[in-house]
Design a protein around this ligand. Structure first.
Ligand code: HAM
Length: 444
């Protein structure tokens, strides 16, 4: 006999299923984030997962890791003229949408979105190929007040979540002209050290010399440390912008480190850039990254519109909250999934099952969560399922209840004070009132 069993099909590496025992944590985190956004006047926007490849190539920059090697890109046409890419981040797509729909025509916009993004990186703990971000973008704001406000918003979030081991790194990349002057000086410096540069550095030194300083190669650290500092090329306005942010952070009591090597992996930034890093997540320590991108609107065909924004990696944030939160409320919120239902209906035969379905609808009308058992009619099995569901009460319709138009109620879990009611049988028409009195449901 041949074995006809078909092979099982697994998920793609680096792309994770989020099962119910984790999904409730995602819902709670997302809920906290939606509320935080509302508290600062940010409106929700949703853009497509697929965009034209040129949006990211132009927006993020041709010579970035993301565009060079991490994008999921394909074409659906024979002649490959319509290259499509699964978004590796949100910012470029949101700017595209803002230009396309003239969102910043008559007033600035505070926008945010949450969802999956895709990068073909080498998967490891905290680094995935499909991961989730909340991306927060303030569009049409030039002043340092908004940069500072976003950092203050983030600081509030860490506090609300009970996170203590998370630290702000801050830098200014200046304006394009300042960067160009620095770039020339930097290329000269790299040329002086040509003999020690690795292949990556040599490849990038003329296209993206700033990124060379971001090298992980220990042999290049000394050269990187002695390179000309962009800070020394910043003019009065750029320094003024930076210093105003610093003042506001100092006033808010937010500590930070100025990291002149912080350049970020996307090319659209100018002036402010920042990252929040933790010591509690191992190698993938960056929980949030962002900064100013005043030139992106123009780069994507729009009118000049100064912007600032950031994105948080939600896998990293959630894992930090679960492992590291110092708040008891948050710890409980992320440990206790809670019962699946308030009431579990159990029955003896098909007629009773029909009656249970009708009664369950009535209970739901009155604000209760209700599950009607489905499957085996064996009473023992049904009670097992009812227990497993975490329901407070089982409602039972056996033959005698059917005959007398009654239901039996059995309490399955103890009340918080340890008490419980005796199993009792009541007329069917009194069920909702009875449950309402028992549970004090306000919405009933
Ligand atoms: P990003 O630094 O590329 O910035 O990503 C933001 C955050 O996403 C990172 O700090 C990290 O927490 C998370 N992240 C990045 N790659 C992965 C990965 N492979 N697996 C898990 N998490 C990851 C941006 O995407 C910019 N669009 C942020 C921004 C918005 N700037 C201005 N506005």
């Amino acid at each position: 006999m041949t074995n006809n069993k078909l092979e099982k099909i697994n998920a793609i590496r680096g792309m994770n299923d989020i099962l119910p025992k984790e999904s409730f944590q995602w819902l709670r985190l997302e809920n906290i984030l939606h509320n935080l956004m509302a508290a600062y006047g940010y409106l929700n926007i949703r853009t497509p997962i697929l965009e034209q490849t040129k949006l990211f190539a132009r927006g993020i920059g041709e010579v970035t890791d993301i565009v060079e090697k991490e994008m999921y890109t394909f074409s659906m046409s024979q002649d490959k003229t319509d290259m499509l890419t699964m978004r590796p981040e949100f910012t470029a797509g949101i700017v595209r949408a803002a230009i396309e729909h003239s969102l910043t025509f008559d007033r600035p916009q505070r926008l945010y979105t949450m969802g999956p993004v895709f990068r073909h990186e080498r998967p490891q703990k905290g680094r995935y190929r499909q991961f989730h971000q909340i991306s927060v973008e303030a569009m049409g704001f030039a002043g340092p007040d908004i940069d500072a406000e976003q950092i203050i918003l983030l600081n509030r979030l860490w506090k609300d979540l009970g996170l203590e081991d998370i630290h702000l790194e801050l830098n200014s990349l200046g304006q394009v002209s300042e960067r160009l002057a620095h770039r020339e000086a930097l290329i000269k410096h790299l040329e002086k050290h040509l003999d020690i540069l690795d292949e990556d550095a040599k490849r990038r030194m003329y296209t993206n010399p700033l990124r060379v300083l971001d090298t992980k190669n220990p042999d290049l650290q000394k050269m990187a440390n002695s390179a000309p500092k962009l800070f020394d090329f910043l003019g009065e306005d750029s320094l003024g912008h930076f210093n105003e942010i610093r003042k506001r952070l100092d006033e808010a009591g937010i500590e930070y480190t100025i990291n002149p090597r912080l350049v970020r992996g996307l090319d659209y930034y100018n002036l402010t850039v920042f990252e929040w890093v933790t010591g509690s997540l191992g190698a993938q320590a960056t929980v949030c990254g962002g900064g100013r991108y005043d030139g992106l609107f123009e780069l994507l065909g729009g009118k000049p519109t100064p912007c600032v924004g950031f994105a948080i990696g939600l896998e990293r944030l959630l894992s930090l909250v679960i492992s590291d939160s110092k708040s008891e409320t948050i710890k409980n919120l992320f440990t206790e999934m809670g019962p699946e239902t308030d009431i579990y209906f159990i029955y003896q035969n098909v007629e009773a099952s029909r009656k249970c379905s009708q009664l369950a609808e009535l209970c739901r009308n009155n604000g209760f969560k209700a599950i009607v058992h489905a499957g085996s009619q064996n009473f023992k099995n049904q009670f097992k399922r009812a227990d497993f569901s975490g329901a407070m009460y089982a409602i039972i319709i056996g033959e005698s209840e059917l005959e007398s138009n009654t239901v039996s109620i059995k309490q399955l879990q103890l009340n918080p004070d340890g008490s419980s009611i005796e199993q009792t049988t009541i007329p069917t028409c009194e069920l909702v009132d009875f449950l309402t009195k028992l549970t004090n449901k306000k919405d009933a």
